[in-house]
Design a protein around this ligand. Sequence first.
Ligand code: ARG
Length: 459
Amino acid sequence: GANAMWGGRFAAGPSAIMEAINASIGYDRRLARQDIEGSRAHATMLGDTGILGSKDVEAIREGLLTVLSEIEGGEFEFSAALEDIHMNVEARLRALIGEAGGRLHTGRSRNDQVALDVRMFVRDQCDAADQALEALIRALLAQAEAGADWVMPGFTHLQVAQPVTWGHHMMAYVEMFARDRDRFADARRRMNLSPLGAAALAGTSFPIDRHATAAALGFDGPMHNSLDAVADRDFALEYLSAATICALHLSRLSEELVLWSTAQFRFVAMPDAWSTGSSIMPQKRNPDAAELIRAKIGRIMGASVALTTVMKGLPLTYGKDMQEDKEPIFDASDSLMLSLAAMTGMVAEMSANPESLRAAAATGFSTATDLADWLVRELGLPFREAHHVTGSLVAKAEAKGGDLPDLTLEEMQSVHQGITAGVFDVLGVENSVASRTSYGGTAPSEVRRQIARWREVLG
Ligand code: ARG
């Protein structure tokens, strides 16, 4: 039969396929809480402005709570014929309280209603990401503190570059994840205006109070243009962009954990709780969680691309295309939250191996830059010449099958006469990192200062 909400104009119901393509209830039921919270605020405002009588408002507010508990208790019967969460809730409300339920939609449309629900969901996701990132940052800080002076190789091009410290490396991720927090907070601040009361698109002739509903729902105020309010999804795109960048950081750290836990590196050991075995190879410990986090960016960035593409070229204001905003948002936020939780668990429980880190730091001529700097400082060589002399010394050590400290003083002097025994002081990896005291540098003293600064920022 004709639709219960707009049956007046229709003689017949939709075809089954029309219903299948049109219905969003299969996934937007996740917005039930936001939908009911928004409707309750709307009803209160309708009462306070005298648009509805207080009896009706009371019945609506109570009835909506009943609907919510039915949904949360799993007793609610969702109907695809009612398309989406908005109409499912409203239809049930009318079944529960009768005529008053039919007054709820006064001065409102599903267009501002859905814009509100999605916005509140995304706002919650910004907060959830922020909290999860804080936990991850604290786990990284604990690793940094434990290994503030564990020397490890720093890489460029994945070739050993210069010795750095484990603490320094952990703190690099603290910086990245802290910027991610900022991005979520910034997006949240900009999205925190309410679309409710924009109605279908043009506003309404009822004397509604958009400031009141905005305040009741925790917004800083109402959105300023009703057309924009129902048409905008860039708040969700900002969230997805921040999520993509955060997932990118997670994937880089994951890649390092995968690499570091190999037999070739042995930089970290993952506890059993974060490893999986192989059904055929008995020796295996696979870093599946890290690999999955590394992969999640595919879905998260995919969601960002999907929604950008849905919105591109859409004329103002609402188009049903916009119903396609939800699944990407749900999938991306689920993936991000799970990734953050798993990464926090791994970082908290992994154990770094200071001996392997140090041994690796002493390979690959990692102190060649220290040697070149010494030639500049002690012998007054121009840096370019010092670079050349050091290159020859590296070649000599390599030909001998050793590293720089394995050269004798005589061998050194055969490349440059002025070199003295003092040079050996700078060839050790501990000396190397201890000397890098410039702001933000890898010296343990500097890393400890960075840690202390973040501890203070976090409180
Ligand atoms: N389920 C719809 C969505 O997600 C709700 C808004 C429907 N509005 C409309 N004018 N058909 O976008």
